[in-house]
Design a protein around this ligand. Sequence first.
Ligand code: PAF
Length: 287
Amino acid sequence: MKIIRSPRAMTAWSDQLRREGVTIGLVPTMGALHDGHRALIRDIRLRCDALAVSIFVNPTQFGPKEDLTTYPRQIARDRMLCRTEGVDACFEPTASAMYPEGFQTTVSVPDIARRWEGAARPHHFGGVATVVAKLFGIVRPHLTAFGQKDYQQAALVRQLIADLNLGIELDVRPTVREEDGLAMSSRNVYLSPDQRRRAPILYRALSAGRQAILGGLRDGGKVNRIMKQIMKQEPVIQVEYLAVCDVASLEPLSKIVRSAVLLGAARIGSVRLIDNITVSVPTRKRS
Ligand code: PAF
């Protein structure tokens, strides 16, 4: 496996392979890889000839009071996981290589970024959209994979690929969960044992919302109240938002017709948990 640090060398690697007719996959990450990342890597590994994983803790997507300096970094373990999964190149640029002096272009996807995570973290999606566009420009992949855990991020990347005519195939993979339902996240290492025990409540609340919809409830407000009620079982966890939304626009739904995505974010101590579940309304069979 090649370790590539400079954007120029990364593009040279990709250009050479493209000339040989090789299909290139890219899994963008911030490192601290877990089984959720492994699932993305395995998915793309099967569908391309050459696979790159980028490991870059992108400073521009962190707000001034967020965890940029303490974000978990474990590059030796990450490389090991990549090697084991048959990754061909690990792209590990420095911040100054990605944002050299004079850098001034930013990418924004305003409608998708406006609500939910975008409202809670105003810097976040501008940073994500810009770095993802840069990573696509540097690696020039044919296909890429993102996790459904960051539902809004995946929607933003889909829009970015379409709007900028990048022609990259995007695969959004299901969230990988711990046995008790907690969505895997690099930030779960921040949870104390007590917080870790309580954290799956968010998934339980979203699951209760899904059950209510599958059971016939179509009123978005009522589904929301069911989810909020479950969250009250853990008063130490503060809900930031719980929402029943359109799967594409992420606008809140008052009436659920075909499908919905249930989005949630909550704070436990200094740790933010986010999660989501999609639901398709069962179609009635005609007799
Ligand atoms: O989801 C992440 O790890 C990051 O937001 C991403 C997509 C790698 C951009 O820095």
